[in-house]
Design a protein around this ligand. Structure first.
Ligand SMILES: [Zn+2]
Length: 470
């Protein structure tokens, strides 16, 4: 597809057989999560929960992991159908839980690797976006935080990562992970208020230490409609990008901010939600697009279909095509949905105040900070790469993997699957690799920094409708 500056762009969509990502390994998950927590997730099954001690209560239950309307059904969908035990009163343990986490996290990490390799301009993983998971705690039906893991992967090469979250809930797990660094700016648009999970994300929560002013929260009220939302989203995101100048953007597209969501309280249609995606895409900055919440299933599939089409610059007809799920979309069988008559509890003056506070905060930060990685205090999340990993020859591993004809063993090494250039047309491949950034190594500002790359190899869409993998 052609971007506004005339470049052809590439979109990588992870339901395609050719780009099937690896499942995240335990080592990869340990880059953010505690090993004890990941080990427990891996071993825990509905039938053996009674074998575990009280430690699982701290991992999987408690105030941060409440049961919510639709959660059980959501688990069923995610796990392909079977939950037999609930741990305590809170988080469900279901068959296939760990594999679900592996698939979700593997997709996001693989997308990050593709972007680092400049093998795509946009990578999409609708199975990702689980923004509530904490280092040692499941929360809000998020067990493994694929977003944090993907951002950590991006930070190996990218100086500044911008995270934007349009789920109706605050992106608390991601914000918390990067609260004290300026290498990641988090911007979350969400419903904020008492008794609305997770009850965090106040306007005044702005980050700390070196990360002060690098966490941005846009607290909203019930009933916000397309016009109000877009009128906040666009100026805030514009100013953030202009100030922060990210090398890459991660966009969490939770669909529970749509009208009619079983948990959400906003009144957005696909058009308003999709405009945010289109707006971010318009900056021509490498983009990782992830899913997230969404509890009215038929609208989630509508939304992410619409947004996949936006990424591909494809116009879809409003009449849905015949398919085996067609009956779910009655009575109108249309792609687009209409807003409800809910009252918009977001007066313009409140929204203006939020915007001006954010703009004021942005004015105080360094313009496009040039990161001295050794100066980052307590940035404990980037694991020092092991010698063994550095010594591995990615080409050898790719070759091996290709010879396996894309069959992914469960114990596949973390980033080997995507280390190669698996684009269909390699003739115009950008040959240069971005310089790899390491913990403790200052950035050489005399060298050109990683460029924003738009591939020029024609319409090379790795997505298709023949996928058998959805
Ligand atoms: Zn949500």
């Amino acid at each position: 597809m052609t971007s506004r500056n005339g470049y052809k762009r590439t979109v990588c969509y992870y339901y395609d057989w050719l780009t099937r990502p690896h499942k995240a390994t335990e080592d990869e998950m340990n880059r953010f999560h505690s090993p004890e927590y990941v080990r427990t997730l891996r071993r825990l099954e509905p039938d053996n929960v009674h074998n575990f001690g009280p430690e699982i209560n701290s991992f999987l239950a408690g105030e941060d992991c409440p049961i919510f309307n639709g959660m059980y059904e959501f688990c069923q969908i995610s796990a392909g159908g079977s939950i037999s035990v609930l741990a305590g009163e809170d988080c469900p343990i279901f068959n296939g839980m760990y594999e679900f986490c592996q698939i979700s996290a593997g997709g996001s990490i693989s997308g990050a690797i593709k972007l680092n390799k400049r093998a795509t301009d946009i990578a999409i993983n609708w199975a990702g976006g689980l923004h509530h998971a904490k280092k040692s705690e499941a929360s809000g039906f998020c067990y493994v935080n694929d977003i944090v893991l993907a951002i950590l992967e991006l930070l190996k090469y990218q100086q500044r990562v911008l995270y934007i979250d349009i789920d109706v809930h605050h992106g608390d797990g991601v914000e918390e992970a990067f609260y004290v660094t300026d290498r990641v700016m988090t911007v979350s648009f969400h419903k904020f208020g008492k008794n609305f999970f997770p009850e965090t994300g106040d306007l005044k929560d702005i980050g700390a230490e070196r990360g002060k002013y690098y966490s941005i929260n846009v607290p909203l009220n019930d009933g916000i409609d397309d016009e109000s939302y877009v009128n906040v989203f666009q100026p805030v995101v514009s100013k953030v990008i202009e100030t922060y100048r990210p090398n890459v953007i991660v966009l969490q597209c939770g669909a529970d901010s749509l009208t009619g969501d079983r948990l959400g309280v906003f009144n957005l249609t696909l058009k308003g939600h999709g405009k945010c995606v289109e707006f971010v895409k318009g900056f021509d900055i490498p983009l990782l697009i992830l899913g997230g919440g969404g509890y009215t299933k038929k609208n989630v599939s509508r939304c992410w279909t619409h947004e996949t089409a936006i990424c591909l610059n494809v116009d879809l007809p409003n009449d849905l095509p015949q398919n085996e799920y067609f009956d779910y979309y009655g009575p109108d069988f249309k792609l687009h949905i209409s807003p409800s008559n809910a009252f918009n509890q977001n007066p313009q003056q409140n929204l203006d105040k939020i915007k001006s506070t954010i703009f004021e905060n942005l004015r105080t930060i360094t313009h496009a900070p040039s990161v001295q990685m050794k100066d980052i205090p307590d940035f404990r999340l980037i694991r020092e790469e092991t010698k063994d990993e550095d010594m591995e020859d990615p080409d050898v591993r790719i070759s091996q993997q290709r010879s396996d004809a894309h069959i992914q063993p469960d114990n596949e090494m973390s980033d080997s699957e995507d280390e190669g250039d698996d684009r269909r047309d390699e003739t115009n491949h950008m040959p240069t690799q971005p310089k790899k950034l390491r913990v403790g190594e200052p950035v050489d500002t005399a060298q050109p920094q990683p460029q924003l790359v738009l591939t020029t190899n024609g319409i090379n869409i790795l997505s298709n409708t023949e996928s058998t993998n959805t």
